[in-house]
Design a protein around this ligand. Structure first.
Ligand code: ADP
Ligand code: MG
Length: 341
């Protein structure tokens, strides 16, 4: 009998991985911006055309890549961020799987330009559907520029599955805002079809929230702070009178990574108890710092869900910190619109 099992070629394996990591233009935006953050950039610029269907480009001023690394970064499981299985439990970077660039290159036309501070010339690489097209030395500023053109050009089924430009753009804005909020100390900009959507200078968190969501937020939010052995909580919550009918701005960051967590969301919601008008939702921008060993990030391809070792304790601490903040800022059911944060 002949054997029937064979290894898939890289281009096919990468496309399968891409299906998990890159669902839409916004996923590519997230991966590129996170790479720029991991590269230690102090300035990150995003350019998008046609809701990301035509172009997604991220330009950073981070540490750049050597000629060899520039080539290697498109291989699957190629990462500079972890080396051994143990490192999975001490993750301080956004990325660690080494899958994003390989996935993106499998389903788009990609142009990379990169230069390290110690190199005189940079490297330029074109790759398309996992096939290298060209590589040469180039003159380029220190840092990295990655341009992704025609996402899903070779996977028509996925391209057709994309939603309208306004829907895809709003997903991109969501991802951009999440990273921008998590890193107020980095300057970010976002330009769509030639128009500036966001220009966010380096600032503190309160100022970043105001720059992202509008000047009125300065009076809408109050600080939360709590430090215990298992978690340090910082950030801001919205005053109850500004709660919204739609689920507004609700952000949890764990070790500076945006995550979703219905259980912790409930902790906040319950801290507001009778303070909220019926069927309204409070805003929150909360940062939880925990020992990386006490969480597992590696449970979901896009890393937006994580497992906590001490979920119950964190729930209780989060709820009481929120209550304390609401109390301290004297926010009682008799609403005081003059209240200053
Ligand atoms: P991961 O982020 O999980 O390591 P990626 O596929 O996103 O995997 O990136 C692969 C590698 O390419 C990274 O580990 C990093 O070394 C390098 N890299 C990617 N983007 C950048 C960038 N903007 N600046 C410097 N190096 C980068
Ligand atoms: Mg990455």
């Amino acid at each position: 009998m002949t054997d029937i099992i064979h290894l898939l070629p890289d281009s096919v394996a990468n496309q399968i991985a891409a299906g998990e990591v890159i669902q839409r233009p916004a996923s590519a935006v997230k991966e590129l911006i996170e790479n720029a953050v991991d590269a230690g950039s102090s300035s990150i610029k995003l350019f998008v055309k046609d809701a990301g269907k035509q172009l997604i480009q991220v330009i950073d001023n981070g540490k750049g890549m050597s000629e060899t690394d520039a080539r290697l970064c498109f291989e699957r499981h190629a990462t500079s961020k972890i080396e051994k299985a143990d490192d999975l439990f001490a993750i301080k970077t956004k990325g660690f799987r080494g899958e994003a660039l390989a996935s993106i290159a499998a389903i788009a036309q990609v142009e990379l330009k990169t230069r390290r501070p110690m190199d005189e010339v940079g490297t330029q690489i074109e790759i398309e559907g996992s096939e290298f097209q060209s590589q040469h030395a180039c003159s380029t500023p220190v840092g990295t520029s990655i341009a992704i053109k025609n996402l899903f050009y070779n996977v028509p089924a996925r391209r057709n599955f994309l939603k309208s430009n306004s829907v895809e753009t709003s997903h991109i804005i969501d991802e951009f805002q999440r990273v921008a909020l998590a890193h107020a100390d980095i300057e970010f900009s976002f330009n769509h079809n030639g128009a500036d959507i966001f220009n966010l200078p380096k600032s503190n968190l309160r100022q970043r929230i105001v720059n992202v969501f509008g000047a009125t937020y300065n009076q809408r939010i109050v600080p939360v702070e709590e430090e215990t052995f298992i978690v340090k909580i910082t950030g801001f919550i919205g005053k109850p009178e500004y709660a919204k009918k739609t689920r507004g701005e609700q952000f949890f960051f764990v070790n500076n990574r945006f995550i979703r967590n219905a259980y912790l969301h409930h902790a906040i919601q319950s801290a507001y108890e009778q303070l909220l008008p019926r069927e309204t939702h409070p805003s929150y921008f909360l940062f939880l710092d925990v020992d990386p060993k006490s969480i597992d990030i590696n449970i979901h391809p896009t890393k937006t869900e994580i497992k906590f070792e001490d979920e119950k304790a964190i729930y209780a601490i989060l709820r009481s910190a929120t209550k304390k903040s609401l109390g301290q800022h004297n926010i009682s059911p008799t609403i005081d619109f003059e209240q200053k944060a």
